[in-house]
Design a protein around this ligand. Sequence first.
Ligand code: UT7
Length: 332
Amino acid sequence: MAKITAAITAVGKYVPDYILTNKELETMVETNDEWITTRTGIKERRILKGEGLGTSFMAIKAAQDLLQKGNINPEEIDMVIVATATPDLPVASTAVYTASQIGAVNAFAYDLQAACSSFLYGMSTAASYIESGRYKKVLLIGADKMSSIIDYTDRATCIIFGDGAGAALFEPNEEGFGLQDEFLRSDGVGREFLKIEAGGSILPPSLETVNEGKHFVHQEGRTVFKYAVSSMADVSGKILERNGLNQENIDWLVPHQANTRIIEATANRVGVGPEKVMQNIHKYGNTTSATLPLLLADYENQLKKGDKLIFAAFGGGFTWGAIYLTWSYDPK
Ligand code: UT7
């Protein structure tokens, strides 16, 4: 029997309306547009405003965009995964609520958390369920409301992150398109350098943890930067080598959007110029689990059947990896 491959057959996205510009950040912390632009490549990011709106609000909108564009009946979806580092609630999965809200009444659902690599790992999970032959339609959503865990008095983190959501549908493909290979890694050494210290089982919430700002993201940027540059380049190189790929036959690099300098270093290792590198960091910042599907949605009209895509991501934990996927459809 021929191997079943898992292809992406539809994508969707949602970003909130509110635009937080570098200029506005200049009024909030000691920073400036020039520093943010040259050090990160970010000009603006989106922020979800409105009481009671969490990550599911954006996940639902991105999924609805996908369903509507792909003309897909939600009742046919077998499974919904929400890749997120900012679930609506610590307990009661965001994916379950999202699935119910979009009418995926025949699906089971759960969340997947691997910081900025959540969507990349989720691609592996979604594809595995399809390749096993057990399920036919797996909806993978990457969504994060980073503004809910950012300290807007900390210039080291508040300039980087933004809110958003993207979605991709995985289905079996008879022509062999879809996920071809993956190289995924993790290393617990990273826990010290990028974390939220309190609110988990080691240090449960208390008045002290709130007063000391321990529920916000803390990052040692320079250390994370060094690991990110070498790790993303390393796994991208390995994926290339073992699949006989090079700058000539790769069509797109789809890198996690954390910092333009990290993206450039990965592109250099892969050997491709900027015309083959998907980028939207300038307008959305780092949306954690949403960066990769937002790129797919933004570039969907430029993707052709058979295009060779290399995904690469790096995130807290540490978690990182690269995936080689061939695109399954022409612009609709
Ligand atoms: O997506 C998950 C993984 N995360 C990442 O991949 C992020 C990786 N890290 C980075 O992207 C970069 O490290 C940052 C963008 C976070 C920081 O850039 P950097 O070039 O590593 O800066 P730095 O932290 O080494 O700081 C350089 C200087 C410092 O001043 P001194 O000590 O040289 O006087 C900082 O205090 O820049 C200062 N600085 C700022 N200045 C203006 C730090 N943040 C700011 C700011 N505005 N927002």
